[in-house]
Ligand binder design. Sequence first.
Ligand code: G6P
Ligand code: MG
Length: 218
Amino acid sequence: TIKACLFDLDGVLVDTAKYHYIAWKELADSLGFTFTEKDNERLKGVSRMASLDILLEIGGLSFDDAKKAELAQSKNDRYVEYITKMDSSEILPGALDFLKECRSAGIKVALGSASKNAMMILDNTGLTPYFDAIIDGNKTSAAKPDPEVFLLGAQALEARPEECIVFEDAEAGIEAAQRAGMRSVGIGSPETLGAADLVIASLEEMNTQRLGEFFASK
Ligand code: G6P
Ligand code: MG
């Protein structure tokens, strides 16, 4: 039976991808190169420092660690300016209803996010009370596609990997779920998330009945 649902945050429960994009784009502009929305796909689910490395590679630039720390900090300062203004209107369609449904069905809920800003986002959008466990970028040492974040989530919920379902919008996150031995539901387009066990456009398409059918079929 399904014991736990593990949710990625950015792009699954809340619409923060746009703020990450704007903040990275501003950094790229200041360094003198163009960063497109297509480039941004590569940063989804990827940790802050690894994202910076990809960004600099796109710009054909390289810096020492001290300068890189400074650049990552300035991106984060901009990003935090946006997310401090977030409220519940930025919860993605279907997310809140599905979280509530999971809880009333007795399914445990955990967050599995790479973000070090996850707590602020959950608090500002009012989502914190829906979680039994919160694993974020401050609690992990290895970034997705490493399975650590989801394994820690399952452990906190006392669930075995085969009793868990991961909801992810990033390719790296789907791979992390697979490496953790968990079923995965991709939120987004089948083109990028083809590796997931099921792909849906948004959580509006999900409910506990459909989840049960999916779980039984995979
Ligand atoms: C999520 C986002 C990534 C972001 C990462 C780290 O996985 O999808 O785009 O880089 O979190 O977020 P942070 O808030 O710690 O910079
Ligand atoms: Mg995501």
